[in-house]
Design a protein around this ligand. Structure first.
Ligand SMILES: O=C(O)c1cc(=O)[nH]c(=O)n1[C@@H]1O[C@H](COP(=O)(O)O)[C@@H](O)[C@H]1O
Length: 279
């Protein structure tokens, strides 16, 4: 199945554009998880699997962020694989890796994500040039989310500065992606921070068909109302990510997974006006 079709079906089946971010920070895990398990690997694996079970009814996608798994050391990739394997088949799985490197290295990143972890999509950083996307572009069942206008303050350093005749580098990246999409089998999408919603419109206008990964609601305080305005005419399907705001909603309660489910349900409902345009 081509990526966009799977994306469309995942959003339609859950009636949700929510993406649950799996950012398992050992310090923030609920007390019952810390007490029940000995090793960091067991704690993270159990925590992520319960988060997946309790939030799956409310989301279309999961985004494991590799940093949190790599931080476990040598066994981190094993845990990542277990977590990915636990995600229901009909959900989109995005490996948040923000990779981007020269050809042979990119080929090996591609091997890792497409052939070994078998995720649906990956986040890529375009700073080393658009050639770094090439290795990922050959598979129509996959999606690529390229950093375009990130949610953090550092977006000011490059992405919001004028570049190559465009008012911002973000607009240039979006424009280039709309061109590159013409000869890419994989779907080329963009990462746009929800915290940048008020400035996102010109970027989105450069690439209306581009699917979007939108982090920054929840813990980073991005406004869903502003986001809804920015997305009004956008055709590419958005996945709106919240990590900490959902997965740590239960803090230390015994029934923490119920709190996590509630937080996901609330976020799904907050996104309903956006979701309605894509189902
Ligand atoms: O590519 C990303 O997912 C990403 C891009 C961006 O511009 N900002 C951003 O916060 N992210 C990721 O999205 C997640 C946001 O987490 P919360 O702020 O806890 O919801 C983290 O995994 C970040 O690494």
């Amino acid at each position: 199945m081509i990526y966009n079709q799977k994306l469309q079906q995942a959003v339609a089946a859950a009636k949700s554009t929510l993406c649950v971010g799996l950012d398992p920070n050992l310090d923030l895990l609920p007390k019952p998880v810390k007490q029940q398990f000995e090793t960091p690997e067991e704690k993270v694996s159990h925590f992520c699997k319960l988060v997946i079970d309790y939030t799956a009814p409310y989301c279309a996608a999961f985004k494991p962020n590799l940093a949190f798994f790599e931080a476990l050391g040598a066994n981190g990739f094993q845990v990542l694989q277990e977590v990915i394997d636990h995600i229901p088949e009909d959900k989109i799985v995005i490996a948040d890796a923000k990779r981007g490197d020269i050809s042979s290295t990119a080929e090996h990143y591609k091997k890792s994500f497409w052939d070994e972890f078998e995720v649906d999509a990956v986040t890529l950083n375009p700073l080393m040039g658009f050639e770094t996307l090439d290795a990922f572009k050959k598979d129509e069942t996959k999606g690529i989310y390229v950093l375009a206008l990130t949610s953090n303050r550092g977006a000011e350093d490059f992405l919001k500065k004028p570049f190559a005749g465009f008012p911002t580098m973000a607009q240039y990246i979006a424009h280039q992606l709309s061109e590159k999409a013409k000869d890419s089998k994989a779907h080329l999408g963009m990462v746009i921070g929800a915290t940048q919603a008020e400035e996102a419109r010109p970027v989105l206008n450069e690439y209306e068909q581009g699917s979007l990964l939108i982090p920054g609601v929840g813990a980073q305080g991005g406004s869903v109302a502003e986001l809804a305005k920015a997305l009004k005419t956008h055709k590419g399907i958005p996945l709106i990510n919240s990590s900490r705001g959902i997965i740590y909603a239960g803090s230390d309660e015994g029934d923490w997974p119920e709190h996590v489910a509630d937080a996901a349900k609330k976020m799904k409902h907050q996104l309903n006006t956006i979701t309605a345009s894509y189902v």
